[in-house]
Design a protein around this ligand. Structure first.
Ligand SMILES: C[S@@+](CC[C@H](N)C(=O)[O-])C[C@H]1O[C@@H](n2cnc3c(N)ncnc32)[C@H](O)[C@@H]1O
Length: 281
């Protein structure tokens, strides 16, 4: 753990001990998020950017995109709480000179003040025990006039990736999804006003939060099923409620039938809704 750790132990534990499926399905997850990645980058110009921070960079898909965009004149730092995710990033991109990484907690890492031109994140900013502290810290690390830009999930009911597995899990087990809270997790930032307030309190200006309706790619049902059984809220509910093997099998079978009917033979993709957030220091 880190010297000045203030993050939640639960998050540290999860991102360091339970990410084997994130690692295994790294390619699939990045493919799935392709439209969202494009949305995030469509919002930004890197032409004068010398130093970029990718927050909660995970296995580095977006870090590599940034590295390509600033090759020859800039460098990118990927920071993440997860040692295994960073190990994968470093394995994939170890020969790339303008990428560096730090294994730390963004909430309390002592960044050099006013050092970044752009701070960016794809789904890496919703896991803070103390979001205000994290955004204050990020604000200090950005140069005057620098940009913060990130994507985060809106309410889970607008996101098939999360809502379909929960629906099927509930129909098999009777378990009900708890109401959304602001606790660290994928939906901590699913309220626009809450994001706005945190950014305003940490002195960001010109805050813009766009709601983007988009789609996640559905390409391989076997891999999707494996992902849904291990990653996301339904998977968390199964872990927390100690769902046994036989029940898991039933859930997986029903999920398979649901996906065939509603996604693979019908929509062809998962509907999704995210916030694209942009602010200036
Ligand atoms: C949903 S994953 C997204 C990873 C990556 N940005 C992507 O799009 O593939 C969230 C990431 O945030 C990281 N994270 C969570 N809390 C963090 C913190 N306090 N400081 C740094 N990274 C954190 C996790 O370890 C994880 O890699």
């Amino acid at each position: 753990m880190f010297k000045e750790k203030i993050g939640s132990d639960e998050q540290y534990k999860y991102w360091n001990e339970s990410v084997s499926y994130w690692l295994k399905y790294d390619n699939e997850i990045n493919k799935k998020f392709n439209n969202i990645t494009q949305t995030l980058f469509s919002n930004l110009s890197f032409s004068n950017a010398k130093y970029i921070l990718d927050v909660g960079c995970g296995s580095g898909y977006t870090t590599k995109i940034i590295s390509d965009k600033i090759k020859g004149f800039g460098s990118v730092l990927g920071m993440d709480l997860s040692a295994p995710m960073l190990a994968l990033l470093n394995k994939k991109y170890k020969s790339i000179k303008n990428i560096s990484t730090i294994h730390s907690d963004v909430q309390n890492y002592k960044f050099k003040e006013k050092s970044f031109d752009i701070v960016i994140s794809r789904f890496g900013l919703m896991f803070f025990a103390n979001p205000q502290l994290a955004f204050n810290n990020l604000n200090k690390s950005i140069k005057k006039g620098g940009i913060l830009s990130f994507v985060c999930w809106t309410d889970y009911q607008y996101n098939d990736f999360f809502s379909i597995p929960v629906k099927v899990l509930s129909s098999v087990t009777g378990l009900k999804k708890n109401r959304l809270t602001r606790n660290p997790g994928p939906f901590a930032f699913s309220n626009k006003n809450y994001i706005y307030k945190i950014l305003q309190n940490s002195n960001f200006k010109k805050i813009k939060i766009k709601t983007i309706k988009t789609k996640l790619i559905a390409e391989n049902i076997t891999k999707d099923l494996n992902i849904f059984m291990k990653i996301g809220i339904a998977a968390k509910m199964m872990r927390e409620n100690n769902i046994n093997k036989i029940t898991k099998k039933k859930i997986k079978l029903k999920l398979n039938n649901y996906l065939i009917r509603n996604i693979y033979n019908n929509a062809g993709s998962y509907k999704a809704k995210v916030f694209l957030v942009r602010a200036i220091k």
